[in-house]
Design a protein around this ligand. Structure first.
Ligand code: ATP
Ligand code: MG
Length: 242
């Protein structure tokens, strides 16, 4: 579970995240949607405890992201914008290494590595060096390292970026199924991705939340409908008539 309350981040005078609040429950996949530069990655990095906030608070899996950062890290799986893989390790070695760090019991290690490779469709590259992986495969290995220890909360920064259309469909299915038993927060700027995977959407723009809604409510809410008109008249004449 994630509870975010007035979270802010400034870089000098520039406020990249300006008092963001939202929540994500167990069994929910929450889509964090917004244009480039909206503050999605900055917010996600704060929730993953990699960036200290300048104001506000948040709890992840019940622990404070600032004062209990170690507890948070133990309970989350995090896929950053650019997954940091160890280039000189093979995919299997890398995942074993991550599983060890994340405290997967030794007796379960081999089984867990095999199963996560299958779930993320990377078994065919298990013996390749991470250094030699294509972008899409790097992304899939990044996802595998995020879920290998079966964390309570999964935080994914643009999980389908760089994937081919076939993989996009498969990875979206995987994320959706993870959402049934975990809390998942994912960032994207693709609206169809939200409707394909998410149960709830939080839309951010210029560091602020402009909407938080369950997807089922969104399609029924008539007040959110917009009508776009195109006119051949002068702008002034249209304004006067409006
Ligand atoms: N280290 C930094 N120093 C200064 N400004 C930064 C820094 N990191 C991010 N920003 C700025 O903060 C704003 C939010 O960036 P952020 O990466 O969170 O956006 P985003 O929503 O993830 O965008 P995208 O869709 O492109 O990934 C941007 O204007 C960005 O330029
Ligand atoms: Mg980003």
């Amino acid at each position: 579970m994630i509870e975010v309350n007035g979270l802010s981040k400034s870089y000098g005078d520039y406020q990249a995240v300006a008092g963001v609040s939202f929540s994500a429950q167990k069994g929910e996949v929450v889509g964090f949607l917004g244009p480039n530069g909206a503050g999605k990655t900055t917010t996600i990095r704060m929730l993953a405890t990699y960036l200290p906030p300048t104001a506000g608070a948040a709890t992840v899996a019940g622990y404070n992201i600032v004062t209990q950062a170690d507890e948070v890290r133990r309970r989350i799986g995090y896929l950053p914008e650019n997954p940091p893989l160890y280039g000189e390790m093979t995919v299997r070695e890398y995942l074993k290494f991550i599983a060890e760090i994340k405290g997967v019991p030794r007796t379960e290690m081999a089984k867990r590595v095999d199963s996560v490779m299958e779930r993320c469709f990377i078994a065919d590259v298990s013996h390749k060096l991470c250094h030699h992986l294509s972008r899409g495969y790097r992304q899939r290995v990044g996802l595998a390292q995020a879920i290998i220890h079966e964390p309570e909360v999964i935080i994914l920064d643009e999980p389908t970026s760089g994937l081919d259309p076939n993989q996009i469909i498969k990875i979206r299915q995987l994320i959706k199924s993870l959402g049934e038993t975990h809390t998942v927060l994912l960032s994207t700027h693709i609206l169809p991705e939200v409707s394909a995977v998410c149960s709830k959407v939080v839309i951010v723009n210029r560091g602020r939340v402009v909407m938080e809604s369950e997807l089922s409510k969104l399609s029924r809410d008539k007040s959110l409908e917009q009508i776009f008109l195109e006119s051949v008249s002068q702008e002034d004449a249209v304004d006067a008539a409006a």
